[in-house]
Ligand binder design. Sequence first.
Ligand code: UT7
Length: 332
Amino acid sequence: MPQNSFKAGILGTGSFLPENRLTNADLEKMVDTSDEWIVSRTGIRERRIADASMTTSYMATEAAKKALIDANISAKDIDLIIIATVVPDMNFPSTACIVQANIGADNAAAFDIEVGCSGFIYGLSIAKQFIENGTYKNILVVAADTLSKITNWEDRNTCVLFGDGAGAAIVGPVENGYGILDTYIGADGKGGKHLYMPAGGSRMPASEDSVKNKLHTIHMEGQEVFKFAVKVMNTATIEILDKCGLKPDDIDIFIPHQANIRIIEAGMKRLKLTNEKVFINLDKYGNMSAASVAVALDEASKEGMVKKDNIILMVAFGAGLTWGSTVIKWNK
Ligand code: UT7
């Protein structure tokens, strides 16, 4: 294939969700909350929770295996593994290296990226560069998080929001005119203080106090993140449409980060999108961090919502603060 006669596109997808369901009724027994509050403020009805022994790498491995089957390639054909996660199995080695060993991708380089909920789009953006400059042929991008392991189950402000899951994609060359048309990624570190895990790093290594004070859990100023999310949902979608020379009318399928139905509806309103064009699964899974849009893409594809030639707009935002958007012309 001569250089530049192809684009990077998605050759296959896969996802994994733990079987355990935690419903709003279950949460009513754990903290001072109600099904009515959770549904009306977030749109979430239940979420999946990993067993005590289930790791991020396990979920990522299962999603990756399905993506390999869907792309009809062997793990030995993978040149690079990128895992987006904020809950790695350990600080090091990377979860990507653990997954590499699990699936037997002996010819792959491997690294993690830590971009919060925007991680899958950042991963696609990196993969696109390596494919289109001819360095690599097949790249596995997985977004996987077990947020339940870093959730403070006594904090009603956060514990009702999150769930566990993993979504994977094999990125490789596709016919010109198809694939990842472009990506747009950004960050604003000044907003990092609104969504973070205080302890466990060099700033506050694990100690008796850090554990006692639950500092190894998600801390979030919900309203600040909400305002940022609504704003960035708008700017990141307009920016990527401009880059691709497209208009909101051209979007066939909109896959937004599944954090809050009110944020998604604000985005739909700005883009004037009707319900049939928008993929939503947050009612079943809650906010699965970077895995949200990855699992949604896999489900939209497997359920037949996404068809060849469709223009898909994906957008995500999260800890960092970060954001990312991409337009994909579906080639499968
Ligand atoms: O993936 C990216 C990261 N996260 C996000 O995108 C989250 C963005 N933020 C949000 O989605 C929303 O801000 C939340 C869903 C987190 C909160 O919704 P809100 O409408 O912004 O509520 P609030 O924080 O302003 O709280 C309103 C009230 C408060 O009570 P008072 O002070 O008015 O008496 C809270 O204490 O709701 C209370 N509250 C709850 N009540 C019942 C907060 N959490 C709960 C709860 N159940 N689980």
